[in-house]
Design a binder for this molecule. Sequence first.
Ligand SMILES: *[C@@H]1O[C@H](CO)[C@@H](O)[C@H](O)[C@H]1NC(C)=O
Length: 324
Amino acid sequence: MNVSNQEHKLSVSHFILMGFPSSPQRQLLYFGLFFVTYTLTLTGNAAIACAVRADRRLHTPMYILLGNFSLLEICYVTSTVPNMLANFLSTSKSISFVSCFAQFYFFFSFGCDEGFFLCIMAFDRYLAICRPLHYPRIMTRQLCTGLVVFGWSCGFILFITPVVLISRLPFCGPNIINHFMCDPVPLMMLSCAEDTTTQSIYSAFNAFFMIGTFLFILCSYALVILAVVRMPTAAGKHKAFSTCASHLAMVFLFFGSIMLMYVSPGSRHPVEVQKIITLFYSVITPLCNPLIYSLRNKEMKAALRRVFGTEILFIKHKSNIVVI
Ligand SMILES: *[C@@H]1O[C@H](CO)[C@@H](O)[C@H](O)[C@H]1NC(C)=O
């Protein structure tokens, strides 16, 4: 009895990701929409990362962090969107057990890394604006590299525990996830043994991470804003303020939607609402990142023009030679 039960429990080898259930025409429409969004996200973020690498004028900690943040955005969307696109065209919409948990792990680790990068960028702005005389001595190349390594690795280390805990829950069917990605909340609901310990560890973990990083960022920018208000010159004020405004826009977009999803009071939003909120932080935020940074930032715009302007000229030049 016990043995057969045990065997039964091991039977889920794959999950079905329902995505956005609708007619085949609608699925095609969604495919087109998300394909365009994904392409724009990749192009925009890659342009920023290339501009930072190629232009020596942007080899300062603020832009190095921003360049890495753009790379991170690329990884973050790539952990979910290609699979989602494939599912729009597929009729089976299935994902293997291992892929499902790998997606969960990568998506949340990269997401967690984004939170850390937003913290590091806030800390960098705090030092530059509130401690301008000490800034070059504190924010050295080594510290910047150290912070970058810390930012990239932290999420991956932290999320081992939740992924291992949740993947060890018994899944004995049904295996249908009403979501477009392997989100832990619907996954835990599919488990056939209610495990409140895992659920509480997971919730505590999320709350701790989100509230901690969000408070850190808010405090940093509160100090920055106080310092900006006290600045003597209007020009200095304006520059510092516009940089921080774009950082803060990112912070609110990202944390706003995550908090709505995971720590809002009496958290159970209807499934359709959950999917839309998830779209905000998994698809819309990475798309907005390059817009926010490159449209508002003169130096970034100039660098993009220098880097891509010359490259386009170069291609024209080469094709002229070929023609001649
Ligand atoms: C990311 O950070 C590393 C280490 O500081 C730096 O060498 C690299 O150029 C950065 N990447 C981008 C795209 O900015």
